[in-house]
Design a protein around this ligand. Structure first.
Ligand code: SAH
Length: 425
């Protein structure tokens, strides 16, 4: 197979082929885990891929402008002040990348007199050693100056809930990297869409229903370039696909032929967030990512050098990502915390004052070039035709109970603003 027209086999593809030989077609979640998280061959594990930004495969909001992290910090500080300014706090980040967002947050915390001496620790949930090294380099100075510890964790479950500390958490472009399974509604229930080699005659599984109107999430350029891999449908529902179909009541009445991406890992992480916040000390969280308040049919895509490529193009060499089902995150933590939004990034950042902040930065900028970079950065983050609408912001805070046990907490800017996000599934 290595000599076919699809280019050389990657290390991840070799593992995929071995796995198919041993146990049959593989799930999308296994594919994503291998492509992104394989200890040596996964995309995020390789030092050469730890470069986001103009030279990398994608550029993220914190890398576009410092204002992004500053406004996230302001939101968190506001929650802490509303709750109890006497209590110390800690900051947790899931998937911190190059550490830029955390660095911007720490700069704001340092400047606020009320927050001085209150920051106890920083917790970074990061699976990649290459990324950890970048984060360490970026944050060392702040941690020495501020006299707080930075702790790294492989998973959110490793972070101890603390009763006397307020926990502020942020997850930016983290959930989109978590593995999804793809399931399809059939007459028999929920079957699973799996991945098999396209030229293997021994695979007898049926093909999944072709892209129908419902499966309309993928942009046209994503549609099925020729590849050494193809999608197949399990002949019957499996234990795993049946359970995933039960993950949300929204899925119960979906018609035959509907395909959805469901992330068990995202549900677990969202619950982990809820547990960290749902303590006596309280806490708040922001989840920022692309997606919407609904499930997606076909949003899996891969990026290489700022271009969308077929998801089966060079597994392990491209960033593989999906849209986030924010409704599923909310459902996973709703009994633990109060959830708010999602709002579009544009609405969130504008309500938090990005225009005022940009004007202040422009006033103090030393060159015309710098002024323009600040304005361009702000425009890009709130662009209604780009990141401003594609990215959504979900808030979660400790429940504030009224006399009758109802949740009465109002959380700016979520409560006041009605966003246009629509829910279908
Ligand atoms: N938040 C950063 C980086 C986003 S890239 C930014 O906005 O710039 C995703 C980050 O999550 C990377 O640091 C990656 O190594 C990490 N990551 C991906 N999957 C993970 C997992 N399952 N557990 C922990 N970290 C993960």
């Amino acid at each position: 197979m290595s000599g076919d027209s699809f280019g050389p086999l990657t290390d991840v593809e070799k593992i995929m082929l071995d796995s198919v030989k041993a146990t049959g077609p593989i799930s999308f979640s296994t594919f994503m885990q291998l492509s992104l998280g394989h200890p040596t061959h996964g995309y995020y594990m390789k030092p050469e891929h730890a470069v986001f930004g103009t030279q990398g495969d994608f550029i993220t909001s914190p890398e576009i402008s410092q204002m992004f992290g500053e406004l996230v910090a302001l939101w968190m500080i506001k929650q802490w002040m509303d709750m109890n300014v006497k209590i110390p706090f800690r900051v947790v980040e899931l998937g911190p990348g190059r550490g830029t967002l955390m660095n911007d947050i720490l700069r704001v915390l340092k400047q606020l007199p009320a927050a001085r001496g209150k920051l106890k620790s920083i917790h970074l949930v990061e699976s990649s050693a290459a990324m950890r090294a970048l984060q360490e380099g970026k944050l060392r100075k702040a941690s020495q100056e501020g006299n707080f510890q930075i702790l790294w964790h492989d998973a959110i479950e490793e972070i101890e809930p603390e009763e006397e500390v307020f926990t502020m958490l942020v997850a930016h472009e983290f959930f989109d990297a978590l593995p999804v399974n793809v399931i399809e509604r059939t007459q028999q229930g929920w079957n699973e869409v799996l991945i098999a080699p396209s030229n293997d005659p021994s695979i007898k599984y049926t093909m999944p229903s072709s892209d129908s109107d419902q499966n309309s999430d993928s942009p046209p350029q994503l549609h099925r370039t020729s590849s050494r891999w193809t999608r197949v449908l399990t002949p019957t529902p499996t234990a795993s696909s049946t359970l995933l179909g039960l993950a949300s009541p929204r899925f119960f009445s979906l018609p035959v032929g509907t395909r959805i991406e469901v992330s068990r890992a995202s549900m677990n992480q969202a619950r982990g967030i809820g547990k960290l916040i749902n303590t006596k000390g309280g806490g708040c969280a922001l989840v920022i990512d692309y997606g919407a308040d609904r499930a997606f049919n076909d949003s899996l895509r891969a990026f290489k050098q700022h271009k969308i490529v077929d998801i089966f193009c060079s597994p392990g060499e491209c960033d593989v990502t999906t849209n986030v089902d924010f409704a599923l995150l909310k459902e996973s933590m709703a009994d633990l915390v109060s959830t708010h939004g999602p709002l579009s990034q544009r609405t969130f950042l504008m309500s938090m004052g990005i225009e005022i902040r940009a004007a202040a930065l422009v006033r103090s900028a030393s060159s015309l070039e710098r002024k323009k970079a600040i304005e361009d950065g702000a425009s890009r983050l709130i662009d209604p035709l780009g990141m401003g609408e594609q990215y959504k912001v979900l808030g979660a805070v400790s429940k504030v109970m009224g006399e009758e046990g109802q949740d009465v907490g109002e959380v700016w800017p979520f409560t006041v603003i009605q966003d246009s996000a629509q829910q279908s599934i």
